[in-house]
Design a protein around this ligand. Sequence first.
Ligand code: PLP
Length: 407
Amino acid sequence: MLKINENYLKLQASYLFSDIARRVADFQEKNPDREVIKLGIGDVTRALPRACVQAFHRAVDEMADDATFRGYGPEQGYEFLRQAIAEHDFQARGADISADEIFVSDGAKCDTGNIQELFSIDARVAIPDPVYPVYLDTNVMAGRTGPFVDGRYQGIVYLDSTRENNYVPALPDEPVDLIYLCFPNNPTGSTISREQLRTWVDFARDQKAVILFDAAYEAFIRDDSLPHSIFEIEGAREVAIEFRSFSKNAGFTGTRCAYTVVPRECAAWDSAGNRQPLHPLWNRRHCTKFNGVSYPVQRAAEAVYSEEGQAQVRELTDAYLRNAAHIAGAMRDLGYELVGGDNSPYIWIWGDRDSWEFFDLLLDRAGVVCTPGAGFGRCGQGYIRLSAFNSYDNVARAMERIREALA
Ligand code: PLP
């Protein structure tokens, strides 16, 4: 008799986005004449940069000709893309990362979810709260947690991100082996300073731990003092893996391309106490279970690093940041305490009431959809997340309606 992986039974069904959709559908049924503006989603809304589209087209034409057709490519990604990434995203910022430490993939969601396969089942895992749920759920699936009790999985070390620590968690006061960090953060929009990140790197070195650093929103950083990569911090090569994505900088959410950086020095230990580099393990995992991102998509991603591509990505992220600034300004004017919205497309707003109650209020009175913070973890209770991924017109109208409803 075949048995299931019972860890899956521990998972809490994620009702967040289906609950939102149901409440919005109910509202629309009762109010067919009212237009709803969605500022809840984390998906981009603007078209791909022209440079990417042109490169995409050219690559598709290559696939249409026997002489230039490409079949399976290298699982780790084409050299042209890995080289462009290493030069522009790391070496240009003084981070010593080489092309062969970059693994191109079809998404940071898969990579942040899959990476935990490299580590032992008894690894002590530290995960922020509130959090992008993938880090947590994939560790539950793997069996690194106990049951879900009082809103939390037993066995996880939760890193509370609250107004008291300005949404940058403090170092845990117990030993941990694997640490998830995400900056600029989803859902809070908070950022981490170089000094704060250095304390995490030093802590990981001290603990013989590894930091899994999710920098999917790096392109929204405008404050030059903030680190774009954990590899800008001295000593990080030995204790960090970084995840990046083309989803939010260049609008690839539906096109799919991302990458993971595993430095050659980064290591963990085997049961005999020998240091084992993670690069060959991830390489093995990637080559065994993944067959590469399509050639046209990798050419489109490469175009992000062309001169026009860089300018167009800047324009794209600037447009979302303009929305974010508008949202943050309007909510501050109304007297709300918030974080994010300057180096991030997300604004995390303290509602001073139940997250769902605030959600219903904004929907009923203003016809605006947000994301209730409680859906991201216990520390999200009392907050809502507004997202800048929409047109400026919609954002301006949404904020005007919120102003009228809440003023
Ligand atoms: N990491 C974070 C923090 C995210 O918010 C998201 C998407 O919303 C992802 C990763 C997923 O990125 P990708 O589209 O590359 O899978």
